[in-house]
Write a protein that binds this ligand. Structure first.
Ligand code: ZN
Length: 572
């Protein structure tokens, strides 16, 4: 394979820069700010998570081993989060109060729902073994020790101070580079923050690392083992044998320190890529950079094609990549306008108490008024992450049609394909052209629309050659579709159709009639083949009622069968 070069828009420099990992061992570390689990994630949240997933998959096609961490925020994210020193109420505490539940129970509930959506939308870090690895999806409430270690270092290094109430603030004047990522001038920040000035702060720009509030439902005592989860107090003591500054009172962490601590705990001091939505740039990521620098004095080399090539940047991440926001019908999502959609609302509107949405979707051709998760995924990744996305019903309808078109071409190719035979020069050239165009578009700052254009050009060319495609051609073409879907992840690549020949059925029955088994969706092809053999056995015994019953059970479970002279064709 020709060597590939990925270019990414780096918010740090506001320029597109060549991606080169920090380590020489083909490993890439990627940190994505994850969900705050106080409600169901909406499609705007998932647009951001999905572009990070596409990035990860592209990096893997470049041959890198990607260690991808996405945190779960379950404490300390305040409602006024557009301010660096956010006021208001903890989002988790607010949801717990409104639902009349314990905040840990609320967090667990919405985290489960998030993971369910993430699996359905095929975020790779939630699939397989990685999905159940807690080091890939760290919870803030399980890393308070690591946060206090960083807070203590910041106090010792005089990047932070303790106020009269036992709270800890980051002193922004100690880090003159504060504002570099967002391009905000420090003066501008000063003016903006003046209204929020609190008596206890030395400077209105300073932001809290540790908050003290007796009414907060989640509390940690930095000076006592009581109440800490197993092992965590021991980690804190091991890292800080002299303990935390005695002036720091029992309390809870600020949102920003969480990501500095969890990223460091699971990916090390320096990371390659940090992603998030554009609303994270300021204040969240600006604060993460200030904190990590204060603890570690960390710097990363500027990429070698950057304007500051040869110099270093005071940041713990080399590439800061942010997805733009999502609008619905050209406006900010709003519940009162009916334009606020969680992923679950689209997956099953009736279940979410939105029957009118289900009816509208059904009228647009979505079976049972539900949008399949792969169609949601396609819709949300199909606009470049560097542009705001306007989500409309039209976008969903087009995504549905595009996925169907890809799927039917994929299924058809699989029916014809045979690995043993060679492909024609012409088809080989078409596949190479498709892959080259697809890869080049993604390497150009993840341009998904151009990648899709290359793919659909290929599909059109295959459709025109339908009649002349040999089994070898089909196998070659399938390889192209597999390559594209390793990034897109929108196809159902399980075997969905096939022909069971008469001789195959006879051979199965010669070994004995397969035992009865329940047939339920999702059906595996092997189960269908066994059912076809059972049906043949029933027909041979002139038990036509049973044969019909088997056909009906298959139909109920989502598979149709058709008797042909050569055997039985099935389709899931
Ligand atoms: Zn974060």
């Amino acid at each position: 394979m020709a060597s590939r070069t990925l270019r990414l828009k780096n918010t740090w420099s506001n320029a597109v820069e060549r991606f080169v990992p920090l380590r020489g061992d083909q490993t890439v570390t990627l940190y994505s700010c994850g969900p705050t689990v106080y409600s169901f994630a909406h499609i705007g949240n998932f647009r951001s998570f999905l572009f990070a997933d596409v990035l990860r998959r592209v990096l893997e096609q470049h041959g890198y081993r990607v260690v991808h961490v996405m945190n779960v925020t379950d404490v300390g994210h305040m409602t006024q989060d557009h301010l660096a020193d956010a006021s208001g109420e903890d989002k988790l505490a607010k949801a717990a109060r409104e639902l009349g539940k314990d905040p840990y129970a609320v967090a667990a509930h919405f985290e489960r729902a998030f993971v369910d959506d993430a699996v359905a939308l095929r975020l790779k870090s939630f699939l397989g073994e990685e999905g159940s690895d807690p080091s890939r999806h760290p919870r803030a409430t399980a890393h308070v020790a690591e946060m206090l270690v960083m807070i203590q270092k910041l106090i010792e290094r005089e990047f932070a101070y303790v106020d009269g109430q036992g709270q800890v603030y980051y002193s922004v004047e100690k880090f003159p580079e504060y504002g570099t990522l967002s391009g905000k001038a420090i003066d501008e920040l000063e003016v903006g923050a003046r209204v929020a000035v609190r008596d206890e702060k030395r400077d209105p720009r300073d932001f809290a690392l540790w908050k003290v509030d007796d009414k907060h439902l989640m509390q940690w005592n930095p000076h006592s083992a009581d109440g800490w989860p197993a092992g965590e107090w021991e980690r804190l003591r091991a890292a800080l044998p002299n303990g935390v500054d005695p002036r720091v009172k029992p309390g809870f962490p600020g949102w920003h320190i969480e990501c500095s601590a969890m990223s460091r705990a699971h990916l090390g001091d320096l990371i390659d890529v940090h992603t998030g939505g554009e609303d994270n740039i300021f204040p969240h990521h600006e604060c993460e950079i200030a904190q990590s620098y204060g603890v570690l004095g960390c710097e990363v080399p500027a990429p070698d094609d950057a304007v500051d090539a040869g110099k270093t940047r005071k940041s713990f991440a080399r590439y800061w990549v942010h997805g733009r926001h999502l609008l619905v019908d050209g406006k900010k999502m709003a519940r009162r306008d009916g334009t606020f959609f969680t992923v679950r609302d689209l997956r099953d509107p009736r279940e979410e108490g939105r029957p009118e949405l289900a009816e509208r979707l059904a009228a647009l051709g979505f079976p049972s008024g539900k949008v399949a998760p792969n169609v949601i995924r396609y819709a949300l990744i199909s606009t470049p992450y560097t542009q705001p996305m306007n989500f409309t019903f039209d976008v969903l309808v087009q995504a549905n049609a595009s996925v169907e078109r890809l799927q039917s071409r994929f299924d058809r190719l699989r029916e014809i394909a045979s690995e043993g035979s060679a492909a024609s020069e012409e088809v080989r050239a078409l596949v190479a052209q498709c892959i080259a165009g697809f890869d080049a578009a993604l390497d150009d700052n993840l341009n998904v629309p151009n990648a899709l254009a290359a793919l659909f050009e290929f599909v059109t060319a295959l459709n025109q050659r339908e009649a002349s495609l040999s089994p070898g051609d089909a196998a070659e073409a399938l390889a192209g579709l597999h390559h594209a879907d390793d990034v897109l992840a929108v196809l159902d690549r399980r075997v969905r159709s096939g022909l069971v020949t008469k001789s195959e059925i006879e051979a199965m029955l010669a070994a004995g009639t397969p035992p009865e088994e329940p047939l339920a969706a999702p059906l595996e092809p092997d189960a269908i083949i066994r059912a076809i053999a059972r049906r043949q056995a029933a027909k041979d015994a002139r038990d036509f009622a049973s044969a019909d019953a088997i056909r009906q059970s298959l139909k109920d479970a989502g598979a149709s069968i058709e008797d042909l002279p050569a055997g039985v064709r099935f389709k899931i």
